[in-house]
Design a binder for this molecule. Structure first.
Ligand SMILES: Nc1ncnc2c1ncn2[C@@H]1O[C@H](COP(=O)(O)OP(=O)(O)OP(=O)(O)O)[C@@H](O)[C@H]1O
Ligand SMILES: [Mg+2]
Length: 277
């Protein structure tokens, strides 16, 4: 694998404060490939890769919205966040990224920047040698986060490891900024789905969103209130709202007689306002 990082020693900084100046997002060929098939995917709640699975439908609809925003506004870097924990952000991030990756015209990367919970490692069943967290912490040898691909699929995945962390400082630091700039520097056909923590848990989502294009708010039926969704939009601004996803709703696919025990609907219920509104 090529070494994608070069460093510039700034005159007043010590070795631990070196700033990456050029960082390249790994290509599919540079990823560690994990064993993967349809049965593994479904056992881990991943339906977005399989267009024949009715559970992938809602992710295909969200994919269409993302492409619309890409075409109309040039948005390529999407953050997925919520007001409160456990509403399905990681589930949505990975499944939408999976649905996006099925289109061979685009390069899709799923990124875990929820540094405290870090659930993409669980979906993949890995303990990355260099997690995003290790990279941001400038651990020795951690010059680029380990990137994974799944056998037979076209998705690049950058996971992190969970744990207590000075996440706000790290996400505002030079390494995080370099990583986010590397996303921006990719070609026009590259799309990024970034899993973020709940907005009101700490500053992390707001800090990271400063470098992304649009945000998707995940709301859980019966749990997230309209007030909470409005507060998130109030904090981040309506201009960059990519949409709101109502997750875990009863009805829809569940009531269509498919009999999926562990799947609940996920769908868009809110259109982003026009840019000039
Ligand atoms: N529509 C759905 N159908 C079935 N299971 C779901 C659905 N949405 C989420 N889940 C499951 O609910 C659990 C919580 O979801 P998830 O981890 O994605 O939430 P989160 O918002 O990322 O949580 P956290 O705030 O801890 O990061 C997971 O086990 C996930 O697989
Ligand atoms: Mg999560």
């Amino acid at each position: 694998m090529r070494n994608p990082v070069t460093y510039q020693q700034e005159h007043s900084q010590g070795a631990s404060e070196r700033t990456p100046t050029a960082l390249a997002v790994p290509t599919l060929r540079e990823c560690e490939v994990l064993q993967w098939d349809s049965a593994i995917a479904k056992s881990r709640g991943v339906y977005g890769f399989d267009s024949l699975d009715p559970r992938s439908r809602s992710f295909n609809m969200i994919r269409a919205k993302i492409h619309e925003l890409r075409t109309q506004r040039g948005w390529r870097l999407f953050g997925v966040l919520s007001a409160t924990p456990k509403v399905g952000k990681s589930f949505i991030t990975f499944n939408v990224a999976a649905a996006l990756s099925r289109d061979p015209r685009f390069n899709t990367t799923a990124v875990d920047l929820d540094l405290r919970r870090a659930s993409l490692t669980e979906v993949l069943g890995v303990d990355p040698p260099v997690s995003i967290r290790a990279f941001l912490e400038e651990r020795p040898g951690a010059s680029m986060p380990t990137a994974y691909a799944l056998d037979g699929e076209r998705l690049v995945i950058l996971p992190t490891t969970a744990g207590p962390i000075r996440s706000a400082e790290l996400l505002a630091g030079p390494r995080a900024q370099a990583l986010l700039r590397s996303f921006r520097a990719t070609s026009e056909n590259s799309l990024f789905m970034v899993d973020l923590p709940p907005v009101f848990a700490n500053d992390d989502a707001v800090t990271t969103m400063a470098q992304l294009d649009g945000y998707i708010v995940v709301a859980e039926e019966g749990r997230t209130t309209t007030r909470e969704v409005k507060d998130v939009i109030g904090l981040l601004g309506a201009q960059r709202l990519a949409g709101v996803i109502l997750n875990k709703y009863q009805g829809g696919i569940v009531s269509e007689g498919y009999g999926f025990d562990s799947y609940y609907g996920a769908g868009y219920y809110f259109e982003p306002p026009a840019v000039d509104s």
